[in-house]
Design a protein around this ligand. Structure first.
Ligand SMILES: [Zn+2]
Length: 78
């Protein structure tokens, strides 16, 4: 009967150690998925690059960074 108690204590201790060691941490999860890249457009007046969704487009389809540059129109460098 004495040995049974010793075996039980050893078994409990063994299971305790096994439980301590077992929890292998899963690989760290990646953060939230990144937003897809935004297409960038250059302002037709000043050349500033800005996301396509923030660009102001005139009737000719030219992108502009601001209303003032849209009114000023495309720069003519020639
Ligand atoms: Zn501009």
């Amino acid at each position: 009967m004495k040995y049974l108690l010793v075996i039980a204590v050893v078994a409990i201790f063994y299971l305790y150690l096994k439980k301590q060691r077992t929890p292998l941490r899963p690989p760290p999860k990646a953060g939230p998925p990144l937003a897809p890249p935004q297409p960038m457009l250059a302002c037709a007046h000043c050349g500033l690059h800005l996301p396509a969704r923030d660009a102001l487009v005139d009737a000719a389809g030219q992108p502009y960074c601001s209303e003032a540059h849209r009114r000023a129109g495309a720069r003519s460098d020639s």
